[in-house]
Design a protein around this ligand. Structure first.
Ligand SMILES: [Zn+2]
Length: 309
């Protein structure tokens, strides 16, 4: 495994299978990947900004001898995984779950970024580029002769249209943001119940290596432990929401009363407020108010959310 560095790094997990790991995995700093086989590339996600996406694509170009990117998949709709789509060659076909395609088409952050993060990210991208192929349950892409199985869990979890990219021949699993490793998970645009349910679904792949959506690569032997940490966090969010609702507290008040315990050291702890807004909305059977949730996260944090993208 590659040495620890603060610079983004292309890690070749098995021959031809690359993870683009970007420390420190906090707001807007995601992981991506690529599968190179038979002289062509299938890409898994891009990055938030033009600068970061260019670094990724240049490193990949060097590692693959300039092999063409025929196909790309977006694991979900969030800008840190898709804004860089705009830098892909025109001939690259981009694939995503139908809800992810829809969500990307409705993106409102890139063109009009609210003052939530500090400093405000410099995207360097003029417009979102949406996938042109969508699927509902599963689709298999092929890099040369190597299959890349792209699969939706069947319900909302991190978002409404999550997908993993699974390499059955190599046992490598790209989870997108169904897994945040050593970073606070976020389910504001998905479902707390679904996120909990997705953990067993992820474990069933029995991967040899896992590339989370944020944070360092996870060896297969450590995956159960990482999923357990997610389970404990989601249960903590659930209990905090239940207590808060019982006492008549707002999500912000419930967050302020809660003891983060073992999760206090995870970066982006203010996501608790966003996650509580989701838990409350689901319990009340109403739509989440994302703008209000972000405002409360800023209040909890005592200012705009730190961002190093
Ligand atoms: Zn995400």
């Amino acid at each position: 495994m590659a040495e620890v560095t603060s610079e983004p790094q292309l890690q070749e997990l098995v021959p031809g299978v690359h993870a683009w790991i970007q420390p420190d995995g906090t707001w807007w700093i995601n992981n991506a990947g690529a599968v190179h086989s038979g002289g062509e590339v299938v890409l898994i996600d891009t990055c938030a900004t033009a600068r970061r996406t260019r670094l990724f694509l240049d490193a990949l170009d060097a590692a693959t001898g300039g092999a063409p990117i025929r196909l790309a998949v977006n694991t979900h709709l969030h800008g840190d995984h898709v804004y860089g789509n705009a830098l892909l060659p025109d001939e690259t076909v981009i694939v995503a779950h139908e809800h992810t395609r829809q969500g990307i088409l409705q993106d409102f952050i890139l063109a009009n970024t609210p003052p939530v993060w500090s400093p405000t990210p410099e995207w360097g991208v003029d417009a979102v580029r949406a996938p042109t192929v969508s699927f509902r349950d599963e689709i298999t892409l092929h890099a040369g002769g190597k299959p890349v199985v792209v699969r939706h869990p069947g319900y909302s979890a991190h978002t409404v249209g999550d997908a993993v990219a699974w390499l059955p021949e190599d046992g490598v699993l790209f989870t997108g943001d169904l897994v945040f490793h050593r970073v606070t998970p976020m389910i504001a645009m998905g479902s707390l119940d679904g996120a909990l349910r997705s953990l067993d679904w992820l474990a069933a792949f029995e991967p040899a290596v896992v590339v989370p959506g944020h944070g360092p690569v996870v060896p297969g032997a450590a995956f159960a432990e990482v999923l357990d940490a997610h389970r404990r966090y989601y249960e903590f969010v659930g209990h905090t929401a239940e207590t808060g609702r019982d006492k008549g507290w707002t999500p912000l008040e419930a967050a302020r009363q809660a003891d983060l315990g073992e999760f206090a050291d995870l970066p982006d702890a203010e996501r608790l407020v966003l996650n509580l807004h989701r838990a409350y909305a689901d319990a009340d059977g109403v739509e989440i108010n994302i703008a209000a949730a972000l405002g409360d996260a800023i209040a909890y944090n005592g200012g705009p959310l730190a961002c190093a993208v």
